[in-house]
Design a protein around this ligand. Structure first.
Ligand SMILES: Nc1ncnc2c1ncn2[C@@H]1O[C@H](COP(=O)(O)OP(=O)(O)O)[C@@H](O)[C@H]1O
Ligand SMILES: [Mg+2]
Length: 249
């Protein structure tokens, strides 16, 4: 069964049609990177998967469940999906450990002892075992984002959505977050990643989706998208992001 299936997904905000018919299927274990210009609908696409945005038309299936069916228990579906945003959204008044245990206890009903054990394992996974007692303000942005990833993982998600997880970070902190994501990919996690990190898309993803103007303009293996794009607008976009000093003004 496919992990995610989008069928004819459209989304309008008022008169602005942001997604204009998206068909996209993601299989378990795939790492799919979504790239494209600012405003092309990347975040909206991601948010339609867990119904943070409700599509205006079309269907979205997650693990075989039609989340666009009004009778769907969307909370149950969201529990199976981890989401990591550009802003880390940690609770500043809670320790790292408590940030990782609160939803486990409240949403999954885990005992304190088992939630703490899961938190411990996931902090180790992101290389932050020694930070369990720290508060978010005591951590670098890269460390905070790794905590946010560990928090999502503590809910045992079937798939992970990432929306520009490194865009708010100083350049020297990007690598540690991408390394954690690469580790997840190597473990077989199903991942849908909106990113501007072209090296990550090229080296880690199984497929690259180029979104432009609310449609999938082109998709394929990274070697094809980066090495021999078929569409002129894919090539133009890649030139702009890979050679930013060569843009005509
Ligand atoms: N909640 C919203 N209300 C109105 N317009 C929105 C909303 N969210 C996004 N948009 C618009 O949808 C378009 C695509 O946004 P977005 O999906 O965030 O693009 P991207 O992530 O590719 O930069 C933009 O024009 C944005 O202004
Ligand atoms: Mg966005």
């Amino acid at each position: 069964m496919s992990a995610i299936v989008l069928n004819g997904v459209r989304k309008s905000f008022g008169a602005n049609e942001v997604l204009r018919g998206i068909d996209l299927t993601i299989e378990p274990g795939e790492v799919v990177c979504v790239i494209g210009p600012s405003g092309s609908g990347k975040s909206t696409l991601l948010r339609c998967v867990n119904l943070l945005e409700t599509p205006t038309a079309g269907t979205v299936h997650v693990g075989g469940v039609d989340v666009t069916d009004p009778d769907c228990d969307i909370d149950a579906v969201r529990r199976r999906i981890g989401m990591v945003f550009q802003q880390f959204n940690l609770f500043g008044h809670l320790s790292v450990r408590d940030n990782l245990t609160i939803a486990q206890r409240r949403v999954l009903g885990r005992s304190k002892a088992s939630a703490v054990e899961v938190a411990r394992a996931n902090l180790a996974r992101v290389g932050l075992s020694e930070k369990a007692g720290a508060y978010p303000a005591q951590l670098s942005g890269g460390q905070q984002q790794r905590v946010a990833i560990a928090r999502a993982l503590s809910m045992d998600p079937e798939l992970m959505l990432f929306d520009e997880p490194t865009s708010a970070l100083d350049p020297e902190l990007v690598g540690e977050v991408l390394a954690v994501m690469r580790g997840l990919a190597d473990e077989g996690m199903t991942m849908l990643v909106v990113t501007h990190e072209m090296a990550f898309a090229r080296e880690v993803s199984s497929r690259v989706v180029f979104l432009d103007g609310g449609v999938v303009a082109e998709q394929g293996p990274p070697a094809q998208i980066f090495g021999a794009p078929k569409e002129a607008r894919t090539a133009a976009f890649l030139k702009r992001v890979l050679e930013p000093t060569h843009v005509d003004l």
